[in-house]
Design a protein around this ligand. Sequence first.
Ligand code: ARG
Length: 446
Amino acid sequence: MAEAPRRLWDKGAPLDELVHRFSVGDDSVWDLRLVQADCIGSAAHARTLHRAGLLSDAELASLLSGLRTIAEEHRHGRFTIPPALEDCHTAIEARLVAHCGPAGERIHTGRSRNDQVATAMRLVMRSDALHWLDRLGDLLHTLLARIQRDGAQPMPGYTHLRPAMPSSVGQWLHAHAEGLLEQGRATLDLLDRLDACPLGTGAGFGVPLRLDRAFTAELLGFSRVQRSPIDVQNSRGRLERYFARVAADIGAVIERLAWDLLLFSTAEFGFFSLPESLTTGSSIMPQKRNPDVLELMRAHGARLRVRTLELDWVAGKLPSSYHRDLQLTKEPALRAADEVCTLLVVAARVVELFIVHGDRLTAAMRPELYATEEALRLVETGVPFRQAYRQVAADLSAGRAPRASAQAGQVGADELTAVAADWSAIIQQADRFRRAEQTAARALAP
Ligand code: ARG
């Protein structure tokens, strides 16, 4: 009878069950997110071993077929990570040995779970970042469409939450679009930082075999090799933190949008409202329709910042090289990726459907909002600004209202075109990372 699969490092000595469970932690859950990437990384590693003469043609073919089977089982929800096997790397190797026999026992030649997990996370973060970039684009385009529809509606601009200058629905929404654009650029920067291949660095000090690391990197669609083996381990947590940071910064843009909508949809402002389908009710107060969706958007934005803090503390206090602490960097990073995508999708729904109350907005355009403009009109006739400023202030005290102008606070069509053009440029630059993802997937092909 075949032996039951064991921990990779099991040499027969007993292990305290409590300590075992504690060390495995939630890996059997979170590592399920790494299975596809680990199969792809393993395929690239097998090809590199084959190139180095360490695997025969038949062994390589058998390993690739085994890895494809595992990836397929995982796609159909049929791959599990038994806690007894610790993590996805062990579970995949065990399944590979069951599938390929002795060839399976060669897959771990010249690698460690340390460079394996760094590689898997790098691939997962690359595809998650590309995924949120798509959702970011959806939200951005929903904002632009909304500006087309309601952008010209005048709206007071506030500083200190006190009326300041004339603005418009378009100018307000344009701000959120620009905020997202900046996060699109940050995502590109993130993708660039992730674009270095950790595989082939072993436990963190290199591998005493002639493995062609540039070849491995190319197979996985990375444009460069991460040169320092120690830095591979040091960057675990550092890159996850930056990944969560960008997700949190996207969350912060949405959080502010949600706050604005909450404020301006109160009965007191009444500028906007949510359609009933986006609100919830109260179990006791029959009249209530509550904007829970906006409050949860705000809370999710805040919680995304907490993910970065968790990563800061878990990974930030360590000396160089691998430490098991790093295992706990997976969950906050993966959660951040899921959460930011959900947030982007929900925000797009809200932006599409919130209702604009033009009557309330127009009624709020009180004359004093135009005071600065009036002063500048005087400046244009040659009056020094400080004198113009005093004159308008005196006029206001005497009850003489400044003239309103229709153009004040409007956002120009050219500015909106510029947003769309900047976004296209970002998408174009992201294209090489999408191609990289497709390249990596081909490592598994026969
Ligand atoms: N589950 C581990 C992690 O995420 C995999 C690496 C284990 N390496 C080790 N030396 N124990 O960090």
